[in-house]
Design a protein around this ligand. Sequence first.
Ligand code: NAD
Length: 345
Amino acid sequence: MTNGKQTILVTGGAGFIGSNFIHYIAEKYPDYQILNLDKLTYAGSLTNVHDVETNPNYLFIKGDIADYRLVSDVFAQHDITGVIHFAAESHVDNSIENASPFVFTNVVGTVNLLQAAKQSWEEKGELSERRFHHISTDEVYGSLENETDQFTEETPYDPRNPYSASKASANMLVKSYSHTHEMNVVISSSSNNYGPRQHKEKLIPTILSKALSLEPIPIYGDGQNIRDWLFVEDHCRALDLIYHQGAAGESYNIGGGNEWTNLDLTVKICLILNEMNPDVLDQASISSFQDLITFVDDRPGHDLRYSVDDRKIRESLGWKPNMSLDSGLRATVEWYSHKWEQVKI
Ligand code: NAD
């Protein structure tokens, strides 16, 4: 990694994880210049980065990573020392409706960034020094059909919906730039994130938004699909370690150690809501938010279980999640209860 002034390009920094990451690094590395390149799709909001807007080392650039000219101009105009690439179409249900935007952003956008970074860093003679960190997902590995197996970094990709197929394609392009051009890349694949600033289309914000509006809380199928939950700040700490200390060309899994069926997780959140928002319950003729749970038709091809073996990052970089699910959910409920007017849009 280069030793001079750090200018990092964060893509998708107006989205959920990217904006949390920007807050994290702006506080931890106040000398870093942070460029946030985001198209501001329905999933991105400048409200998510409002707190850092006045930071003199922060710059927002509105743009589409699927536009090569724009991406290459960003590299020409700034001396970017590293890329942390979050930008993606990220909602599986949308990819089932229409996969095209997923290919443009997740595949074409990723190769545009790789190509522009390669070109710029090669010209500076720094191709193997400057880092390209690609943010991926455990969904690229497919679905586990039993309760004990886990995905390792060596598990072959077996994506089963258009979202995960586009993310797996992007991973392969990133790997190809490492092998072919000896670019200094790392890939991290995390389990489901939760926490502040997540778009309301995702499971936990949906549960919270419906519950706090006293509307039915929809649960796909019988609610027995299992996901592992990682608090977003724990993810940001892992990304910090991987970006700065991960070995070039390597992939790292990041897990939360919190596997729950969707139904059990929803019940747990309802019980927390009962405790933390009794005033909302008082307005309705129900005794528990659990009464709002409603089963709806399952998502087509709904993967049963994801679970990652994350011993590699734990053993080689000394990371582990700090937040318990209970504390993380309480912090999330607290945030949604107070910031609700902002995220409702
Ligand atoms: P998000 O949907 O909340 O945010 C995505 C951001 O990317 C938005 O700000 C959006 O405006 C921006 N964007 C979309 N298309 C763009 C384009 N063409 N050009 C520039 N910007 C564009 O996503 P998220 O949940 O924060 O996920 C971030 C990354 O982490 C994604 O790559 C996702 O695959 C990965 N990931 C997410 C989770 C999770 O649980 N949310 C888990 C594992 C991995």
